[in-house]
Unconditional design. Structure first.
Length: 416
């Protein structure tokens, strides 16, 4: 399944949007940032989103017909990165998780009625959403095959029962996309199915809050309970039994857009450190002229530029071949989540005591990006999958006739 067809706006138009987004983030969004450790209020969210609409930078990834800028996926990286220069920038532009990923999936597989009911208000910023996948042990976490939530047919539609946790954005959300296990039904295979569930449905309930170190995802990461949650057939998103397939449609780009946003924050962190080290002196020299500081700065530039390169390559591949792009997005997710953390951590070190205080935002940035090595699949799970794919690919190549190169040559004494 390929990315939705957007009319490419042209290089000049993309660059114009990037410049305007950059100016909007610096002039409007950054002055509105909460103090480190605090979350953006709903009233400020609404004000900033209206300002983004007025500035013509709102929802860069959303089709024009739904009020967005209509950019195709391959043009997202530089715009999302500009948005991510502020931790609240993606929220102001309505391209923050989990809403951005849910919009993308609704655009791809939603019916016209579902798009009108769910995508339109979500794209406009009138509602927020959440995605119900993760469950308490032994349910689905890094292993989606462990899914415990079930949906069973009745004469009026479906009854969903289950317990979700880490349901990002659930507090105050208008609807949830719930993943549930379903039995074989006619031509539909047994497997998982996605359901659109309104949060005012009496069968769904937001439970205990999970207090995490990140603050930028509106609506937290709470438990969600589904108890005989009745939904009609029209609530099925896509086809029955194909939920895991659709999850990859959502998760591949969603992993990558996290990389884009957090790379913007890494650049912001390095700018803070460069400003600091260029002005402050120690042992008769500015800090930026000291070899140890230069090593930290250089390694940070390397991490940022390699991350930018793999993001661009993955976005292009996702637009052309969703399956191959999703596989590469695992590589990008692992690399970028670790590289961005390294950059910010080095910047904390370069800024000394103030780096770990709330006088600078760097310590909070560490809190924001650290969970990304767990969210959207732990890095260890991705590395396991990356390794398996690499081994399988090489095995197929050899079986198809590529020369086997794993045997050591036994050399005689005369050859030495």
């Amino acid at each position: 399944m390929s990315a939705p067809a957007h009319t490419a706006p042209g290089r000049e138009a993309v660059e114009d949007l990037r410049r305007r987004t950059r100016a909007f983030i610096r002039d409007v969004v950054m002055p509105a940032e909460p103090v480190p450790g605090q979350a953006l209020t709903e009233s400020e969210r609404a004000r900033l989103q209206q300002a983004a609409k007025d500035a013509g930078v709102f929802a860069p990834h959303v089709p024009v017909e739904y009020g967005g800028q209509g950019l195709p996926l391959q043009d997202w990286p530089e715009i999302f990165e500009e948005a991510g220069y502020s931790p609240i920038g993606p929220t102001a532009l309505n391209c923050m998780a989990p809403d951005e990923g849910n919009m993308h999936m609704l655009e791809l597989i939603g019916t016209p009625e579902q798009k009108q009911q769910y995508l339109a208000p979500l794209a406009a910023g009138d509602v927020r959403s959440c995605f119900g996948m993760t469950e308490p042990h032994p349910g689905a976490g890094s292993d989606p095959d462990a899914l415990q939530t079930t949906a069973r047919r009745n004469r009026d539609g479906w009854l969903i029962n289950g317990h979700k946790r880490f349901t990002s954005g659930a507090i105050g959300a208008g609807f949830c996309i719930v993943m549930a296990r379903t039995e074989a039904d006619g031509d539909a295979p047994a497997g998982a199915t996605m359901f659109l569930v309104d949060m005012d449905n009496p069968g769904i309930r937001v439970g205990e809050h999970i207090h995490t170190i990140d603050r930028t995802i509106g609506g937290g990461h709470p438990h969600v309970y589904l108890e005989d949650c009745a939904v009609p057939d029209s609530a099925v998103l896509g086809e029955v039994g194909l939920g895991f397939k659709y999850a990859q449609v959502r998760l591949g780009p969603a992993r990558l857009t996290h990389c884009m946003r957090w790379l913007g924050l890494a650049r912001r962190s390095l700018d803070i450190a460069l400003d600091r080290t260029g002005k402050r002196e120690i042992f008769g020299s500015s800090i930026s002229e000291l070899g140890l500081a230069q090593e930290l700065i250089a390694q940070s530039v390397i991490d940022i530029e390699t991350s930018a390169a793999i993001i661009t390559r993955t976005a292009d591949l996702l637009a052309a071949d969703a399956k191959a792009g999703s596989a590469l997005s695992s590589v990008a997710k692992v690399h970028c989540s670790e590289a961005v953390y390294r950059v910010i951590d080095r910047c904390v070190q370069l800024c000394g005591g103030d780096g770990v205080s709330d006088g600078l935002p760097l310590a909070q940035y560490l809190n924001e990006v650290r969970p990304f090595r767990i969210y959207d699949g732990s890095n260890e799970t991705h590395k396991w999958a990356i390794s398996r794919r690499a081994s399988a690919r090489r095995r197929r190549e050899v079986e198809a006739g590529a020369p086997y190169q794993g045997d050591a040559v036994v050399r005689g004494e005369q050859e030495r």
